[in-house]
Every structure is written in C-alpha cells, then in structure tokens.
Design a protein around this ligand. Structure first.
Ligand SMILES: [Zn+2]
Length: 388
C-alpha cells in the first residue's frame, strides 16, 4: 500500500476533497479522502507538494498512427489555396493514406511513439488510436498491428479501433465486400480492434453502408461508433442513435432537433474542438448537447490534416472556450465521459476500485488544467500508481 499525501484538492467523482490523500494497492485506488481521515498503514508515502490531483485523462479519439506530414497543405491553406486545389496537386488526406500505406509496422510505431508520449505528458493514461489511413485490407491490418506493437512499448493503455475511413476512388463495392468479408472478421479474430468506426459523410460512406459495417462489427463482437455530422447531415446521427452505438464523434453540423435526439439517448457525444480551431469550421454544440441531457466527451482527434493537437488539457481548454463547457463539464468530458465513449468502467474517476491513473497538476487549484494555454499544467502522470 502506498499513500500519496499533501494533495491540495482531489477531484474525485462528483466532489472536490480539500487536503486529501490517495492510497494505492496493486495499481488500484484502495482509499481516498481527507488526509486527516486516513487511519490505514502505508508501506511508503509520497508527498505531492500541496498540488491538485485529477483523474488522468482518457483521449477517446485519435488517429495517432500516420506517416508523412501535411505541412504544405497547411501553408497553402493559410495562403488562401482551396481544398480542391490542394487535393488536385496530390495533397489532402489521400497523401497521408499513400504514405501510411507504404510504411512498415516498425516505422509506423517509431513515428507514433513520440505522439503518444506527448499525449501522456498532457495527462492522458488511456488513449484510443484508430486505423483508417490504410485503404486496403492489408494496409489497414498493418496499421492495427502497429497500434498493437505501440501498446507494448508505451505505458499508456491504448484502445485500438478499426476505422472504415473513406472509400477508394474506384471499386467502392469491392472494398465494401472486402471490409465485411475479410477486414472486420480478421481484425476481430486476431484481437486487433475493440470497435469499428465509420466516417459517415457525403464524401465518405452513406448511412446505409455504415449500417452494414455496424452489423458486421456486432456479428464479430466488436463495438461500433461513427464519425458523423462533421460537414453535412446524411443520416449518420439518426443511425447511430437508433443502433445505440458507443459514441457519435464530431457533430459540428448538428441541427437543434438532432441535439435533442442525441441528448435523449445513451450514446456519448464526442466533440473535437481541435478541428474547429485548425480548420475554422463551426464548433460542435457542446453546451446545447449537455443542456439536452447528452453525455459529452472531448478528444484531441490528433491527426495531421485536421487536428495536429497533442494535448488533452489543451483540447479541454478549447472545449471550454469554443464549445461552451464549464470547467467542471470539461473535466468530466476528458475523464469519466471519455471512458464511457470507449465502453470503459475502470477509469475516469478517483474512487476505490478504479485504476490508480491520476495526474498531479502544477497548480494547487484544479481549474488551472483548463485555464492555462501554451504551457503544460500537468506536472506528473501516474498510471496504475506508477509515475510515467
Ligand atoms: Zn477523427
């Protein structure tokens, strides 16, 4: 048993405990509360220096495995070149797909490892990572293999997702058949993914096609989730609510009626403010979703094209500014609600029995984690009770 003491504020589930302590045994929280109430016996103690402690973050949405970069796209866009012109000269998402599909597993792991390190330094202990830049069955499986290898070499827990991203330019029907007959069954059989994610959008997959992928995922005991209502409304949100998927992600183009529909459901609404900042698209209606009763989560959406954001604390700081969340709602969005978006129940709050995943802030006041910009408000991250 190890006791972490001298905590100015401990943000436990639904309450803030002043002058607190946490006892950890075998990687789990054994006890937490006001330090004065501790009566147990600890084998060792660590003084956290009068700082605030929050649950470690869970990043529920990243595309952290990719090759190449989109710096030329970024510069051109800043100079006023349109997206169509960038695509026409070979930039855009298809350049990331071509570079990623050509890389070895080993190189993909080497490229992704520092990105996971940056997310961990920002306070994340559990990180979802998607495939989706593969384009062929073989390349998608290679991305998932890279995620599995990455999970072996980093201390954070990685949650792998098979993303059915965008259709090939030719042979769309053949690709759909390959996804349902080969890709999803093989990813499931080899334990390479916990969920299947589908990008439902005018330029990607229709709701009818997404339903086929969802049904196939479930037939192989995988969870389902959707990228949806990012630019257009093509029925993804309604499908996701009807099918009770784990989470619906993006939601920038949601109508007020859709906000009510999602708010009345159990599906988590995952919003991604990094995209709003980077692409200048409208912010997802986070405030309205919470008011409608939705469980809102926030992710970085770390990816080279639309959200080069390597910090969960910054994602939450943006959600407070751009999506109208309160600091407390922001913290929930990056912890307990983000856990729900991944179907996890053993992390996201500090209470007995949970994984001892927590972040020690530089500040004595937990609100600093969504307040400070341009500096890292997180001093230390503990995963299963160990400093990482
Ligand atoms: Zn995404």
């Amino acid at each position: 048993m190890k006791l972490f003491r001298n905590i100015s504020e401990l943000v436990a589930l639904e309450r803030v405990v002043k002058h607190a302590a946490i006892a950890v045994e075998n990687g789990r929280i054994a006890w937490c509360g006001p330090e004065a109430d501790w009566t147990g016996r600890a084998d060792s103690t660590e003084d956290l220096g009068g700082r605030a402690v929050i649950p470690a973050f869970i990043d529920p949405h990243t595309h952290a495995v990719w090759a190449g970069d989109r710096l030329a796209d970024f510069e051109e866009r800043a100079c006023g070149v349109g997206y169509e012109a960038i695509l026409a000269r070979g930039g855009g998402i298809r350049s990331t797909i071509a570079k990623t599909a050509a890389e070895s597993v080993q190189n993909l792991v080497a490229l992704a490892r520092p990105r996971i390190g940056a997310l961990m330094r920002s306070g994340a202990a559990t990180i979802e990572v998607k495939s989706g830049y593969g384009f062929t069955v073989e390349a998608e499986l290679r991305m998932l293999e890279a995620i599995r290898e990455l999970a072996r070499v980093v201390k954070a827990r990685l949650v792998p997702t098979l993303l059915i991203h965008i259709p090939p330019i030719e042979s769309r029907e053949d690709y759909i058949e390959a996804v349902v007959n080969q890709l999803i069954p093989e990813a499931a059989a080899r334990g390479l993914a916990q969920a299947v994610d589908v990008f439902v959008e005018r330029e990607a997959w229709s709701a009818a096609e997404a339903l086929r992928f969802i049904e196939c995922a479930r037939a192989h005991c995988l969870e389902a989730k959707l990228h949806t209502e990012q630019f257009h409304r093509v029925g993804g949100l309604e499908l996701g609510v009807l099918e009770r998927v784990l989470s619906l992600d993006h939601l920038e183009a949601c109508s007020p009626e859709q906000v009510q529909l999602l708010g009345a459901s159990q599906t988590v609404a995952t919003i991604l403010p990094g995209v709003t900042l980077h692409l200048g698209i409208p912010a997802a209606p986070g405030r309205a979703l919470i008011d409608a009763g939705a469980k809102v989560a926030v992710g970085t959406d770390l990816n080279p094209g639309s959200s080069p954001l390597y910090s969960m604390s910054t994602a939450l700081a943006l959600a407070v500014r751009l999506n109208g969340l309160t600091p407390e709602e922001g913290l929930r969005a990056g912890t307990v609600n983000a856990a729900a978006a991944l179907g996890l129940t053993d992390c996201g709050s500090i209470e007995p029995g949970m994984r001892a995943d927590f972040a020690v802030l530089e500040s004595a006041d937990w609100r600093d984690v969504v307040y400070s910009l341009g500096t890292n408000p997180v001093r230390d991250v503990f995963i299963r009770g160990e400093r990482v």
